[in-house]
Design a protein around this ligand. Structure first.
Ligand code: ZN
Length: 303
């Protein structure tokens, strides 16, 4: 494996909350973010700059960013759907932002009304905004492992689109299993393929646990040299089509696996487990997932 320190990027306040109708109060979001940072989480995607009319859950993102910026050592990132959102993110003071680029053209047209050529133009515009502001910018190659509208997504197309983004000036990429379709063999293949086109600029895997393969996919990514993994506390925002399945991979289970393997994350697991209380209190009735939180730490477990 050769990697001794892995970055876990908490995406619960964005990806987790985004699929939940009940709006989490801003103060609860702040308490959640502060508690996770105190537990040693070094990067949090705190929200997204989509139009508030489309997603009331994210209407307070600028305020949440401003708060998160006051936490020393925390890398504050946000999702932006387009150049307009990127300008808002920069104005709010993010350290970094990412744009999802759907590898399924059908999904892209349906979701953001842009074909691949139009998305490349948008990416180019955001590269400019990010460079001018001195803000980090990543492209999330979303639906890269399969699409609920198109089915299988061509791996050659993913590699080609990643290369086109790199040519447009993108310096950081994540591969996203938006739909929870990925399997470990596919993760190895696609990481190798995209690395072939953009090299070390592919840093991150964004995985969902829809079919229970989330941590197996993490392991495949680790073996291929991936150094950053997105995860959501309590696997918040479970999959509506798969009752009982978490949304993103569960941060607590991911930290447990890595630490049990001797891979450093910088996170205090018992402290992280306590953060669930904040989320549970703010979203009564919302299911929280995770095996480690349910079972507890093994006797004698040492991080
Ligand atoms: Zn996701």
């Amino acid at each position: 494996m050769g990697v001794s320190m892995i970055l876990i990027s908490e995406v619960g306040p964005r990806d987790g909350l985004q699929s939940i109708d009940r709006v989490m109060p801003t103060e609860a979001k702040k308490a959640w973010i502060a508690a996770e940072a105190a537990a040693g989480v070094r990067e949090i995607e705190v929200g997204s700059f989509v139009p508030p009319s489309l997603l009331p859950q994210m209407a307070d993102t600028a305020e949440v960013v401003a708060f998160a910026r006051t936490i020393p050592g925390l890398n504050v990132v946000a999702l932006v759907p387009n150049a307009k959102g990127a300008a808002r993110a920069v104005e709010a003071g993010v350290h970094g932002m990412s744009i999802p680029f759907s590898m399924s053209e059908t999904h892209s047209i349906k979701n953001v009304r842009k074909d691949h050529a139009a998305m490349l133009d948008e990416v180019r515009a955001v590269v400019g905004i990010a460079a001018e502001a001195g803000v980090k910018f990543a492209v999330g190659l979303s639906t890269a492992f399969g699409c609920t509208m198109e089915g299988p997504v061509s791996e050659d197309a993913v590699v080609r689109l990643a290369a086109a983004c790199a040519e447009a000036g993108v310096t950081e990429f994540s591969l996203s299993d938006t739909t929870g379709y990925a399997n470990p063999a596919q993760v190895r293949r696609l990481v190798k393929g995209v690395r072939g086109a953009v090299g070390e600029r592919l840093t991150t895997l964004h995985l969902h646990n829809t079919r229970g393969l989330g941590l197996a996919n993490v392991l495949a990514g680790l073996d291929e040299g991936i150094t950053t993994f997105d995860a959501s506390l309590g696997g918040l925002g479970g999959c509506p089509f798969a009752p009982g399945a978490s949304g993103n991979i569960v941060t607590e289970d991911l930290v447990f696996m890595l630490q049990a393997m001797g891979v450093e994350t910088g996170i205090d697991l018992p402290a992280l487990l306590k953060v669930r209380d904040i989320v549970a209190a703010a979203l009564p009735g919302e299911p929280l997932y995770g095996f480690t939180p349910d079972a507890g730490l093994p006797l004698g477990f040492a991080a």
